[in-house]
Design a protein around this ligand. Structure first.
Ligand SMILES: N[C@@H](CCC(=O)N[C@@H](CS)C(=O)NCC(=O)O)C(=O)O
Length: 214
């Protein structure tokens, strides 16, 4: 491999929200990279080679020459640091960047009922068959309230220029939108505005292999 080549190891069905963030960052930055599909359904992430490379044995994992790094948020921020002369994946303003990190960390650590009941397979393969549970509704309401609080205009990104925080929040809202759940009009309009971004569509519209349950 060329010394400074970029390779993103991501799930082979393109359903990981964490891989999504990294694809968006790479696309926004206009960096050439190879997507290396990892067969999680065949436990390929457990191979000795992948475990050594990623340290934690999860996707995504970015290879940059001899260096490799897992954890989506670490990858996004590494790309901004390592390729400082390309478009930013995170906001440049310190307080905006801090708020973007808050939103991204919250999306990664809360809202479990939505992640379980409206898994990403229901976004890209078969839609959910059962209604949200009470807990699911409670968390959907919380998600929409937080989104409403941070969106200033449904036709504008959260921090002026687009950032991966926009993509991540829109992705979480699309678990509801694509499954026909009620989302306030203003929040839905914003999420759909972000969804059109070419870097987001690069992941959303990819041609996927038939899904195999794992
Ligand atoms: N906090 C991690 C989460 C990564 C993660 O949960 N990846 C899942 C796929 S969505 C995975 O690798 N699962 C396989 C495993 O843990 O063995 C990140 O942000 O990258």
């Amino acid at each position: 491999m060329k010394d400074d080549a970029l390779r993103l190891h991501g799930d082979r069905f393109w359903i990981s929200p964490y891989v999504f963030s990294c694809v968006v960052a790479l696309e926004e930055k206009g960096l050439a990279y190879e997507y290396v599909p990892v067969a999680l359904d065949q436990r390929a992430q457990k191979s000795a080679d992948y475990a050594r490379r990623s340290v934690t044995g999860r996707v995504p994992c970015l290879e940059h020459g001899a260096f490799s790094l897992a954890e989506s948020q670490a990858i996004v921020e590494y790309l901004d640091d390592a390729f400082a002369d390309t478009a930013r994946a995170m906001p440049t303003n310190i307080q905006h960047r801090a708020r973007a990190r808050q939103i991204m960390a919250w999306i990664r650590s809360d809202l479990m009922p939505i992640r379980e009941e409206r898994s990403t397979t229901t976004m890209f393969y078969e839609r959910a068959k059962s209604p949200l549970s009470d807990k699911g509704v409670e968390h959907a309401t919380k998600l929409c309230a937080v989104a409403d609080a941070v969106i200033s205009d449904p036709g504008q990104y959260l921090f002026g220029a687009f950032s991966v925080a926009d993509a991540d929040l829109s992705f979480m809202l699309h678990r509801l939108i694509l499954n026909g759940e009620a989302v306030p009009a203003r929040v839905k309009a914003w999420a759909e505005f972000v969804w059109k971004r070419p870097s987001v569509q690069k992941f959303v519209a990819v041609k996927r292999d038939p899904y195999v349950e794992y």
